[in-house]
Structures are given as C-alpha cells and as structure tokens.
Design a protein around this ligand. Structure first.
Ligand SMILES: [Zn+2]
Length: 192
C-alpha cells in the first residue's frame, strides 16, 4: 500500500467527470487500498479517486462516530438510486479544500448501489453523516466540490484563499523555509 499525494483546489482534474470501472480487478483493488491508506494518513473519513489524480469512479469511506461505525468501505461505480425528500445539513470539509468548511444541504437518506472490493454488486441505505459522506464523494466523481453547493460569493472566497496559501507555500519552498506545521483537522468537521 502507498500514501498518494492529494490534489487540492483549484486544479482542473477536480472538475472532470471520472470514468466507470469495467471490473474490480487487482489493479482497482490496489487503488482502493492505496486510497484507504491515503485517507487514514490525511486523516479523513472519505476519499474519491480524482482527489489522488485518478479519474476513475472509485470512492473509499470509513466513518467511526458514536452513531455510525462503517469500517473501511470501498465502492466502485457508486450510484444514488434513491434519495429522501427530507434534507439534512452538515458542516462539510474536504481534503482537496484544506481548512475550509461550510454548511451544505443534501438529502438526509440515500440508497447507494455499487461494486465492492470483490466486484460484487451491493446496495446500502445511508443516513446521517454516512449519507452526506457518500454524496460528497460521488460528487467528486462528477467534478463537483462541496463549494459548488454554496453561494458563489463564499465559494470564490474559499478558492481565492486556497490559491493564496498555495502561492505562499511555493514562495516559502523557493526561499528554502521549512513549511509551517500542519494544523489539526477540527474534530466536528469531517474532511472528506
Ligand atoms: Zn472532498
């Protein structure tokens, strides 16, 4: 297994539509395992393949909260086949938009169909944080970020700050300064 570099916005690869998996073979399983390791190292609770620069329809999740404990989940070609009329609001974060959070409204309950690590077709009913997480990750496969669900004003503010941070880091690297220590991710705001 390997920890892969995570792409951060703005990056054109995060805006692309990913291709379906034909069959979950050894290569896809390797990608799933590497993505899980990358997600745990980040740390995060969900990761989509485009976030590591692979434009394939693969996501991984592992939620461990008081109300939900999923264990590691690997999904190829995940698809929402049913969504509730009722909505839920969560403060979302994203490993590709580090240190930025915003409240996003999504259906509270969804049914997701996918291929598991053994290429078997599965269907799962997701509620609460798991429902939010699954929808957030599937969005990544269609080139959608959580900031695309919020106002243009707030989205542009976040993207401008990310670009500024990246330029500062590049300048510091060029000047040979050590990077500032990475701040801890807020416990209440999951990084997906
Ligand atoms: Zn994300």
């Amino acid at each position: 297994m390997a920890v892969l570099p995570i792409i951060t916005a703005p990056d054109p690869r995060l805006k692309k539509k990913s291709k379906p998996i034909v069959t979950v073979d050894a290569e896809v399983r390797q990608l799933m395992d590497d993505m899980l390791e990358t997600m745990y190292a980040a740390p995060g609770i969900g990761l989509a393949a485009p976030q590591v620069g692979v434009l394939k329809r693969v996501i991984v999740l592992d939620i461990e909260r008081e109300d939900v404990k999923t264990g590691p989940l690997c999904m190829a070609n995940p698809e929402i086949v049913e969504a509730s009329d009722e909505d839920a609001v969560y403060e979302e974060g994203c490993l590709s938009l580090p240190e930025h959070y915003s409240e996003v409204v999504r259906p509270a309950k969804v049914t997701v169909r996918y291929r598991d690590r053994d290429n078997a077709e599965q269907q799962m009913v997701c509620e609460g944080l798991l429902a939010t997480c699954v929808q957030h990750e599937i969005d990544h496969l269609d080139g959608i970020l959580f900031v695309d669900h919020i106002s243009a004003l707030k989205r542009n503010m976040i993207l401008r700050k990310l670009l500024k941070t990246r330029k500062e880091k590049e300048r510091e690297a060029a000047e040979g300064k050590a990077a500032a220590p990475k701040p801890k991710v807020k416990e209440t705001a999951p990084a997906l």
